[in-house]
Design a protein around this ligand. Structure first.
Ligand code: SF4
Ligand code: SF4
Length: 356
């Protein structure tokens, strides 16, 4: 089938993001697999789609996209952005190959869990943050020709970052400031100077396995961004190092949850009242002291109709000689009793105020 070409601005009429995505879905249903999209800022192009016929691949050639190009994009999808793209390129990428020939805005590859993201320019702040690796799949890869903004790769749990620092000799850090804070997994290869990385990571020289990985990866990366002529310059591995997280026992800053609660928790802050046991995870819906609200009954107005008793989802309400009460160990503070009572005899009160 021929390429499906979509122009999103005609006669000064701009297609909305929703209209564009619905057009794409409909065309995929018709059997189209190749798209050329002349966008004007529409979001989510190329995200979470699969081809109608098993085994088919979806390809998108995009100009002028909006945010989240290829967000949650799936294996079998290839996206090529001619030029630059704004924030969230490949957010939560699940397996697509995404190529941006120019720069990316903030949070490129944020939360990426699979696939490859190739960038022919720079990426903004918090790029690579929260990348992760599910061992059932190949780790996500994030290749950047130039540099990242600050806070890059924070809370990285897995995957591979490659920051080439091309043309960035003048910069104090090719990974911005405060990079790798909270990094617990994965590896970042970088070329050039870095500064102010988190103390919980360590910088090491490359070994032969690293060089073999990069050598192979560079062929695909540089081809994708039309910069094959740079291979010789970029594969001088004496200029490269890698960042990995330190093992837990080598980190200086670790402290227990108990210490954190005692020394850092904002007294009276959100949830602060409820954290009494360091290793207890509170359920989403909770009874007793953990409830946000609790019902209080007023005997003066009650007409003993039993509507509340019959509607409480927790069977928390009981009646004895026309006196109603709610069992704290069952009540979840949902407020249904107060809502159904024809006499407003139940009123909901903040449980936090009660216990503070
Ligand atoms: S607040 Fe909800 S759970 Fe609690 S007594 Fe009323 S209806 Fe039952
Ligand atoms: S619904 Fe209201 S009026 Fe009826 S029994 Fe319950 S508290 Fe009393």
């Amino acid at each position: 089938m021929e390429t499906c070409k979509i122009k999103t601005l005609e006669n000064n009429e701009r297609m909305s993001t929703q209209q564009l995505l619905q057009t794409i879905y409909a065309k995929i249903e018709e059997g189209y697999t190749d798209f050329e999209i002349d966008a004007c800022g529409q979001h989510n192009i190329g995200g979470s789609l699969w081809a109608r016929e098993k085994g088919n691949k979806l390809t998108f050639k995009v100009t002028n996209p909006g945010q989240r190009v290829g967000s949650m994009a799936m294996a079998g999808t290839k996206i090529l952005v001619e030029g630059s793209a704004p924030a969230d390129v490949g957010w939560l990428n699940s397996g697509a190959e995404i190529v941006v020939k120019g720069d990316c805005g903030d949070t490129a590859a944020h939360c990426a869990a699979g696939g490859k993201i190739y960038v022919g320019g720079r990426v903004g702040t918090r790029s690579g943050a929260l990348m992760k690796h599910d061992p059932k799949f190949n780790p996500p890869q994030f290749w950047v020709l130039k540099n990242t903004g600050s806070f890059s790769f924070e809370f990285m749990g897995g995957g591979i970052g490659v920051i080439c620092g091309y043309g960035c000799d003048y910069m104090p850090s090719v990974m911005g400031e405060r990079s790798c804070v909270g990094m617990v997994g994965g590896v970042i290869y970088f070329r050039g100077k870095i500064a102010d990385v988190a103390p919980s990571v360590t910088v090491l020289p490359l070994d032969s396995e690293d060089m073999a990985f990069l050598d192979k990866g560079f062929d695909n990366f540089l081809k994708a961004i039309d910069k094959e002529s740079l291979k010789q310059e970029l594969t001088d591995y004496s200029q490269w190092k890698k960042i990995v997280p330190k093992p837990l026992n080598e980190r200086e800053e670790t402290f227990s949850v108990a210490d954190f609660r005692r020394t850092n928790w904002v007294e009276g802050g959100i949830f602060g009242d409820f954290i009494e046991e360091d290793f207890r995870v509170y359920p989403l819906t909770t009874t007793g002291e953990g409830r946000l609200n609790k019902p209080i009954w007023n005997k003066e107005t009650c007409i003993d109709c039993k509507i509340c008793l019959n509607n409480c989802p927790q069977k928390a309400i009981s009646e004895c000689e026309k006196i109603y009460s709610s069992d704290d160990t069952k009540c979840i503070g949902c407020g249904i009793c107060a809502a159904v009572c024809p006499r407003a005899s139940w009123t909901m009160h903040s449980n936090i105020r009660e216990i503070s």
